[in-house]
Design a protein around this ligand. Structure first.
Ligand code: IPD
Ligand code: CA
Ligand code: CA
Length: 265
């Protein structure tokens, strides 16, 4: 990975994160994307505009997929995948748990991942084959080997009020098997925190490409494992995800199989 891509992505993530942090105390204009639990604020769009502006100025031939502005085609075979504000519900409530995520995919593989948490001032960077860091310190996943000693995280789909596949049965099953299960409203931070060893495992039934592009590379480069719900390859276009330190991956998949049945998981 040329250092220019890394540098531009880091600068964009930091700038967007600082913008979000500086505006956090203000009042938010909240709109809804399709369901009453799927919020979007004016800051999602402002942060994305900033990031996309910088990336397209530096790399005009690359495609872009941003959560708010959608897809723009490119000619280079590369695609930037952006979540300008992961943790919008937290942000709308003034809760300082959110992050910016930028991934760069080449030939359908994420090669660079940058996540910035402006609240803890933590910059996470991963390059395929070259490891992952937080504020330049190398990252590695935890060593927990059983669910019993594991801290897990999960999230729930925005259409939780309509769908029967709402993750509540899975949540109950893991809650009685793991040390604890957290839900803090930021898929991107779960993956970054998994890469640091603060969390041991994470599952979620339905995510967007922008939620997982950068974070999944962080986990893999920190020595962890990322799959779909049955242990197969993660589908970046429609991610259903299990991520872990690797040691407890099989145990997480077993619980999902038990709860969801062979066909559904
Ligand atoms: C959401 C958060 C949440 C997860 C949702 C995501 P957003 O992203 O990561 O933790 O449960 O599935 O959509 O909407 O805050 O960018
Ligand atoms: Ca998100
Ligand atoms: Ca978002």
């Amino acid at each position: 990975m040329a250092s220019l891509e890394r540098r531009v992505a880091i600068d964009a993530a930091r700038a967007a994160g600082h913008l979000l942090r500086s505006e956090l105390p203000g009042s938010r204009h909240i709109a809804y994307k399709g369901s009453p639990t799927n919020l979007v604020t004016e800051m999602d769009a402002r942060a994305e505009e900033l990031i996309v502006g910088r990336l397209t100025a530096a790399f005009p031939d690359d495609a872009v997929l941003g959560e708010e502005c959608g897809a723009t085609a490119g000619r280079s075979g590369r695609r930037w995948i952006i979540d300008p504000l992961d943790g919008t519900t937290n942000y709308a409530h003034g809760l300082p748990i959110f992050a910016v995520s930028i991934g760069l995919e080449t030939d359908k593989r994420v090669e660079l991942g940058v996540v910035f948490d402006p609240n803890l001032d933590e910059l996470f960077v991963a390059e395929r084959g070259r490891g992952a860091t937080v504020n330049d310190r190398p990252l590695s996943v935890s060593s927990a080997t059983t669910l019993d000693e594991s801290l897990l995280a999960t999230g729930f789909p925005y259409n939780i009020r309509e769908t029967r596949d709402n993750n509540l049965t899975e949540y109950a099953a893991f809650s009685v098997r793991a040390r604890a299960v957290r839900r803090m409203g930021s898929a991107v931070l779960y993956l970054a925190w998994l890469a640091t060893g603060r969390l041991d495992g994470y599952w979620e039934l339905r995510l967007g490409s922008w939620d997982v592009a950068a974070g999944s590379l962080l986990v893999e480069e920190a020595g962890g494992r990322v799959t779909n719900l049955t242990g197969g390859t993660l589908d970046l276009d429609a991610p259903a995800l299990v991520a872990s330190n690797g040691h407890i991956h099989g145990a997480i998949l077993d619980v999902l199989r038990t709860v969801r049945g062979e066909g559904r998981a």
